[in-house]
Design a protein around this ligand. Structure first.
Ligand SMILES: O=C(O)c1ccc(-n2[nH]cc(-n3ccnn3)c2=O)nc1
Ligand SMILES: [Mn+2]
Length: 257
């Protein structure tokens, strides 16, 4: 692990981390998307997969309310998800995946000349969502993860699907072209694939219908300034609502006298 400390970043001779960070920065600055295959390696990838299956078998998943198109057939089972903080003792390998994602993003964010990553001060993340998505043809409607600056700036999705054949199973993630990037990106949800993309309007995306159960993991990295600005907006909005309610209350009160 790199010694990611507040003042500067050393790689402690960790050339693997250094090359991952540099290719991650290059991809994010060129495409706004970065795909890192064989991210954990077969052994660790299998251990994460086993933990996801065990959590699901233990009935710890709940129905997800994710951005997806409500299918016509109402009795179709939707996705099931579980939120993890990242310190759960029952899944040390998922925790290891979270730590590796944080390590790469935080290391890259602190490197000099890191381009667009430099405009963010990434210092925290959302909880991690582990999802089991049924292969019943349901899909994710086209959406932007963070269209209105809610603080989440970088989406990370880790796929766990072995022997995935997109011609039969579908389920690919389509990131649409925008003015900034003329090409679309079609990403298959294959085992041990790590995907990063900017969470804002630069990356409208949808997930095409999948016809085999798929498992994946997702979290968002936060930018401290955008999070605080969003919090300030929410608080001032709540104060305005409270003020309106008090004003209405007083008007009603005087009326009754
Ligand atoms: O809550 C939210 O903002 C939220 C949640 C999920 C989500 N997406 N988007 C694309 C997903 N996916 C699933 C498989 N391959 N890609 C996926 O999970 N986007 C936004
Ligand atoms: Mn999304």
């Amino acid at each position: 692990k790199a010694a990611v400390n507040q003042k500067e970043v050393e790689f402690d001779g960790d050339h693997v981390l250094q090359s991952i960070c540099l290719s991650f920065i290059e991809d994010m600055n060129t495409f706004g998307i970065s795909v890192l295959d064989d991210f954990l390696g077969n052994e660790r990838g299998n251990l994460v997969y086993e933990e996801v299956i065990n959590l699901h078998r233990a009935g710890l998943f709940t129905d997800g309310q994710l951005v997806r198109n409500e299918t016509k057939n109402k009795d179709i089972r939707g996705d099931e998800i579980i939120w993890l903080v990242g310190n759960e003792s029952a899944c040390p390998n998922i925790t290891g995946l979270i730590n590796d994602i944080d390590c790469i993003v935080l290391t890259a964010n602190k490197l000099p000349n890191n381009g667009q990553l430099g405009k963010y001060k990434i210092d925290g993340r959302t909880k991690a969502m582990v999802a089991c998505y049924p292969g019943n043809g349901a899909h994710y409607v086209k959406h932007v993860d963070n269209p209105n600056k809610d603080g989440r700036v970088l989406t990370a999705i880790y796929y766990l699907n072995k022997n995935w054949d997109r011609k039969i199973h579908g389920g690919r993630l389509r990131i649409f072209p925008t003015e900034e990037r003329s090409q679309a990106a079609d990403i298959d949800p294959i085992f041990d694939r790590m995907l990063f993309f900017w969470s804002d309007r630069r990356n409208p995306h949808e997930v095409l219908p999948s016809f085999r159960t798929s498992h994946y993991f997702s979290l968002k990295e936060n930018d401290i300034k955008e999070i605080n600005e969003n919090l300030r907006k929410l608080i001032s909005g709540a104060c305005d609502d409270l003020r309106d309610t008090l004003k209405q209350f007083r008007e009603e009160d005087t009326y009754d006298k």
